[in-house]
Design a protein around this ligand. Structure first.
Ligand code: UN1
Length: 510
């Protein structure tokens, strides 16, 4: 169902201005030349200023200087800053969500969910600030203690993507700040307004708790700023979210200077649907993961590997469900599928569909642009379902748009083989009621992804677990579990209280 009532650009701008003002964003930041467009109409909503090379240099220098103070502030006191930030995000949840909707085109519910993700990671980081545990190991020598200590690492450079413009940044920032690091952030070009908003709230938290001002910096730049973070030896860790191509460009540059890299790159997430699956549940999981956020999550479901005995039934149910999804302005309550971010995404979707058909695929639903007459600058598309004869070349690529490729299998071994034979390894799922199948999927010979789920889709992870993936996804882990260790350095300590000097391994000297 297509909802043609799209707000005028002036209305979107008005709401954005209100949110920015309520958050207290410095109007000087909005006095610039860099355009921000809303994908809702594709038109310019506001302009932001651009930082020049000198300002970028100053930001990095200040972050490096502030680190020298911040690293010695007790971790639970650092936690108090993140706690305050979480409170401010809670107070301004609606404002930040409105900006995400305007800049990314996410539905209000998903935009609110993104802000909730920031609040959740702030909570987790506050708790973590009292749990930066090191182990103690038994020493082989009498009167000796062997232990480890986790210390702050340095300046963390964050490069984030448009699709989760503030949550993924917050996963990094909340943990980095409690770890005693300082941060310099280069947000995606499309999402500078929400970046300004959450950075302004962090500045307020810094001032409320009396933390050093220089511990966080926002770079309103294009590639130059990102490049600087990648190459500058003062940036101890570069945490970057984006395409595989971006990862391939930056990883060697970071490695060359022995910097640390935390990469969250492409996903090409698959789900296996076994004959025993609860199809009502599977259907909801599949449709949210494949069509939700207009297929623009790293975790979006792109490949469905269905047992041949249920494939026709499931595909026809998916097609029926797709037919009920409201496509239109994300500002409207009933909308479930908003616009694509820009013309490039639309072209990528169209090109992939053409290639899929050339490779023997059949588009069984969607793929058409809608609302084009009303909104010539905006790109609303029907999410597509494509039946493929096999996992052909196009299915090996991540296309950042809503296309669900459907393949069939006969044995679980075959399904897992198909599942694992793409170059990416972020998220995965199996729908089954058969425990042995579920356990096999989760085992060492099952899914090769960083995230493997049972009876739930590939997207929409909670922040409590580690988030990230293998192979071309880049190998990094962010968010929960022990991801905090990526933001700290480990020191091993041997303490001798024996009054003698026995050497390890029984070595005799002097
Ligand atoms: C992303 O798309 O980069 O699991 C992050 C999810 C969200 C995070 C996605 N919690 O879908």
């Amino acid at each position: 169902t297509i909802t043609s009532s799209i707000p005028a650009t002036a209305e979107i701008t008005e709401e954005v201005r209100k949110s920015l003002q309520s958050i207290g964003v410095d109007p000087a930041s909005l006095d610039g030349t860099r355009e921000t467009r809303s994908p809702i109409t594709g038109e310019v909503i506001l302009r932001t200023k651009v930082h020049n090379d000198e300002e970028i240099e100053t930001a990095i220098a200040q972050a490096a200087e502030a680190f020298k103070t911040w690293r010695s502030v007790p971790a639970p006191v650092r936690g108090a800053l993140v706690k305050r930030w979480g409170q401010l995000l809670t107070e301004h949840k609606e404002d930040v969500a409105a900006l995400i909707t305007a800049e990314v085109g996410k539905t209000r519910s998903e935009a609110l969910g993104e802000v909730q993700e920031m609040i959740d990671i702030a909570d987790l980081a506050v708790g973590q600030s009292r749990q930066l545990y090191g182990k103690t190991m038994p020493s082989e020598r009498p009167g000796h203690r062997l232990a480890e200590t986790w210390h702050p690492l340095g300046v963390v450079g964050i490069i984030s993507a448009f699709n989760f413009p503030v949550a993924v940044y917050a996963w990094n920032t909340a943990l980095a700040l409690v770890a005693g690091d300082t941060v310099v952030w280069k947000p995606a070009d499309a999402t500078r307004l929400s970046a300004l908003a959450v950075d302004t709230l962090l500045a307020r938290a810094v001032s409320d708790v009396g933390a050093p001002e220089g511990i966080h910096h926002l770079l309103l730049t294009d590639r130059v700023g990102g490049q600087k973070l990648v190459e500058d030896p003062r940036i101890a860790l570069v945490s970057a979210t984006g395409s595989v191509r971006m990862g391939q460009e930056i990883a060697p540059l970071i490695a060359k200077r022995f910097g640390r890299a935390l990469l969250e790159l492409g996903g090409n997430n698959g789900a296996i649907v076994a004959p025993s699956a609860d199809l009502d549940l599977a259907l909801r999981g599949i449709v949210f993961a494949a069509a939700g956020t207009a297929g623009q999550r790293c975790t979006s479901l792109r490949r469905l590997i269905v047992h041949s005995s249920i494939a026709d039934t499931l595909v026809s149910r998916i097609v029926d469900a797709y037919g009920t999804l409201n496509i239109g302005s994300p500002t409207r309550e009933e909308t479930l599928v908003g616009p694509l971010i820009n013309a490039g995404s639309f072209k990528a979707q169209q090109d992939a569909l053409v290639q899929a058909v050339a490779e023997g695929g059949e588009v069984v639903y969607g793929g058409n642009r809608v609302l084009a007459e009303d909104q010539p600058e905006a790109y609303y598309v029907e999410p597509a379902v494509v039946r493929m004869p096999a996992q052909t070349a196009v299915v090996h690529d991540e296309t950042f748009a809503p296309i669900l490729y459907v393949m069939t299998y006969d044995t679980l071994d075959e399904a897992i083989e198909i599942h694992n034979s793409v170059p990416q390894g972020l998220s995965s799922a199996i729908f089954t009621q058969d425990q042995t199948e579920a356990e096999r999927f989760l085992s060492a010979s099952g899914s090769d992804c960083g995230i493997a789920n049972v009876n739930i889709g590939t997207s929409g992870a909670e922040i409590g677990g580690a988030f990230g993936g293998e192979k071309e996804t880049g190998g990094g882990r962010e968010s929960g579990s022990d991801s905090w260790k990526a933001y700290m350095r480990q020191a091993t300590n041997t303490i001798n209280f024996s009054g003698e000097l026995p050497l390890a391994q029984g070595v005799k000297f002097l």
